[in-house]
Design a protein. Structure first.
Length: 277
């Protein structure tokens, strides 16, 4: 930004201030640093579209929790009725406090990991989505049309993953047979950092911030040759907050979830899982 200001000249410093105030900022990785198969749209959705997607996602997740939790959240939002939100408010303001949600932990009392497959996801809620509540949210259909237009193919399944403020996703590589050749992720809420590291010795690595409204696509070799993770904090400020991601992937064959005996496979090879951040 400073270099841009010098190029423009002091007489046009107002343009620089305008860029700063509009939310323009430098991301850690540029498009030139991305390996083949990785695409990134840092500001794909508008603030209003983000709020629509996040509201619909929370509606689906919240409806699956206990009545006690739903009542607690209802009372919380009622107590804040004077703080009416508008489409200009940050999407993260749609989250209730962490203790209002039934986030799943990671450890059992015996010290062994539980939860999401091999335990790489900590403090989360999730749901495989069979349908969106289009009738409940104005403009949701048009936002979804924009989202799914980015998908390389149309045979897809959708997954919602909500991380608590202290939630994280540890480095892992996806299971090839169960997650398809590509995966697309939408980030909503607080900014987090995506870290990618090639599995080979002295492999290439890169990281980038995922602001709310950003979208990334992994396809082909990078899906299975890079470890990927979502850290607890942001790259610049270190401030943590809740994050919800919408993950869209190729719909796997029903048989890919079965072991040779015909039973549903829940565990994966260590370091591998069927979910992406």
């Amino acid at each position: 930004m400073a270099a841009l200001c010098r190029l423009i000249g002091s007489s046009r410093m107002g343009i620089c201030r305008l860029l700063k105030n509009s939310g323009y900022h430098h991301h850690h990785s540029t498009v030139h640093q991305f390996p083949d198969g990785f695409s990134y749209w840092p500001n794909y959705f508008t603030n209003k579209e983000q709020r629509t997607l996040l509201s619909a996602s929370l509606y689906k997740l919240d409806s699956s929790e206990t009545r006690q939790s739903r009542v607690k959240r209802k009372e919380y939002w009622k107590s804040r009725s004077n703080d009416d939100q508008t489409e200009l408010d940050p999407p993260a303001t749609l989250f209730a406090p962490d203790d209002m949600y039934e986030f799943q932990e990671v450890r059992t009392t015996s010290g062994f990991p539980k939860g999401h497959f091999d335990g790489v996801i900590h403090h989360y809620r999730e749901m495989h989505l069979s349908s969106w509540p289009i009738d409940k949210f104005c403009d949701l259909k048009s936002v979804l049309d924009r989202l799914y237009s980015l998908c390389p193919t149309q045979d897809v399944q959708t997954h919602i993953l909500h991380l608590a403020s202290h939630g994280e996703i540890l480095p892992h590589v996806d299971n090839t047979s169960a997650s398809g050749r590509w995966i697309l992720g939408v980030s909503l809420g607080h900014e987090r950092v995506l870290k990618m590291r090639e599995e080979s010795q002295d492999g290439h690595e890169f990281s980038l911030t995922l602001p709310s409204g950003s979208v990334y696509l992994q396809r082909d070799d990078i899906r299975y040759s890079y470890l990927h993770s979502i850290s607890k904090n942001t790259q610049e400020s270190g401030v943590v907050g809740q994050r919800l991601s919408i993950m869209i992937r190729v719909s796997p064959s029903p048989m890919s979830w079965l072991n040779p005996q015909g039973f549903l496979t829940l565990m994966t090879v260590p370091g591998s899982m069927t979910c992406n951040p």
